[in-house]
Design a protein around this ligand. Structure first.
Ligand SMILES: *Cc1c(COP(=O)(O)O)cnc(C)c1O
Length: 364
């Protein structure tokens, strides 16, 4: 299209989302990098799960099952819920976006514990909603008074992740229960990292109709590329979300892998033990190298870098050594990097690069 024509076409289209810049074209990920920036779980699927994925390819000419029924039934059985308490999504991020669409009118506000999951900024903007960021309390506990009586009282729903991203901190389930019990708002509790944590809020679902839990198989089940997520909650709330969901939102491989993972959850015990072990090891090692590491209950570490440089500087230095970590300048965490926990060789590569940058030689 000629430039003039392109401009005329673009100007005729809605500019509601003007604040969202058009996306830059991003280069294809380079396999040479040690990727510790998006909290993936870099291990193979258990063999039985892999076989189910391959078998599903034989149904490639069929549309996937309507309503994700088999997968929702399997999840309901695993989590001791009824099928109408479960919605299945193309990753939990799809479910998060359905929640915004289903429950907000333009001008409404939603509250999110901050620092929190950055994707929510975009979702709020798209829906014309205001995102109220409520700071976590002392020691990353719930700022209960603010959530019950402050500006969050006007919010249509309150979002929090437990364990939280990007801090990795964990709130005791008794505190979550206290919030859910006292608040008359919908509480959206994102449990993306729950399998690395000591406890979950699942048992509260049958007791509190205002609790909506999100789960994903991207992080703890090594299936980020297959896109499997769940929403668990009251049938009325779940029904409203299912009602506006795109048809065939998941594909035949996602269905098969989801059902198979649910049947083989125990096969991931070793994976989860490994990640928790490496999390401790790397946390201690980084602390000895001058970082200040927040105790984590997830598969990543939030580390304040040694004084004198900021997170962006460390990100660039590590990237030159083929290691990718996350920086979080928008969350008031300019002095931090977030490092995913991967395989032992990946973590050794990270530590070696950090030592190299610091010019330190230690014997490990
Ligand atoms: C990674 C992540 C998600 C997204 O998970 P998908 O199921 O892959 O869409 C959701 N919430 C939090 C807090 C995350 O860190």
């Amino acid at each position: 299209m000629s430039d003039a024509k392109l401009q005329s076409v673009l100007s005729s289209l809605s500019k509601v989302h003007r604040q969202l810049d058009s996306l830059p074209s991003s280069p294809a990920p380079d396999a040479k990098y040690v990727k510790l920036n998006t909290n993936e779980n870099p291990f193979a699927l258990p063999e039985a799960v892999m076989e189910s994925a391959v078998a599903a390819l034989e149904r490639q000419y069929l549309y996937p099952e309507d309503n994700n029924t088999s997968l929702r039934k399997a999840a309901a059985a695993s989590y001791d819920l009824s099928t109408d308490q479960v919605i299945a999504g193309n990753g939990s991020s799809e479910l998060l976006s359905l929640i915004y669409k289903a429950f907000l009118d333009p001008g409404d506000s939603v509250a999110m514990l901050s620092p929190g999951f950055a994707f929510n900024h975009k979702l709020a903007l798209l829906q014309g909603a205001r995102l109220l960021e409520i700071k976590w309390g002392e020691a990353c506990l719930l700022p209960m008074h603010k959530l019950l009586f402050g500006p969050a009282k006007e919010a249509k729903f309150i979002l929090l992740a437990n364990p939280n991203n990007p801090t990795g901190t964990f709130v005791p389930i008794a505190d979550i229960e206290s919030l859910v019990a006292q608040s008359d708002r919908l509480i959206v509790l994102d449990e993306a990292y729950v399998d690395f944590a000591p406890d979950s809020a699942l048992r509260l679902i049958d007791r509190y109709s205002n609790l909506l839990i999100l789960r994903t198989f991207s992080k703890s089940y090594a299936a980020a590329g297959i896109r499997i997520g769940f929403g668990l909650g009251h049938p009325e709330v779940i029904g409203r979300l299912r009602n506006i969901q795109n048809m065939f939102n998941m594909n035949v491989i996602g269905h098969a892998v989801g059902v198979s993972i649910l049947a083989h959850r125990a096969a991931y015990d070793e994976n989860h033990s490994h990640i928790k072990y490496e999390r401790e090891r790397v946390s201690v090692a980084l602390s000895q190298l001058g970082f200040s590491v927040t105790p984590s209950h997830a598969n990543f570490l939030l580390a304040r870098v040694p004084a004198g440089r900021d997170g962006t500087w460390w990100h660039a230095c590590l990237k030159r050594r083929k290691i990718l970590v996350a920086v979080l300048p928008d969350d008031g965490l300019e002095d931090c990097i977030r490092v995913s926990i991967g395989t032992k060789p990946q973590m050794d590569a990270l530590l070696a690069a950090v030592e190299d940058i610091l010019g330190v030689q230690t014997f490990r």
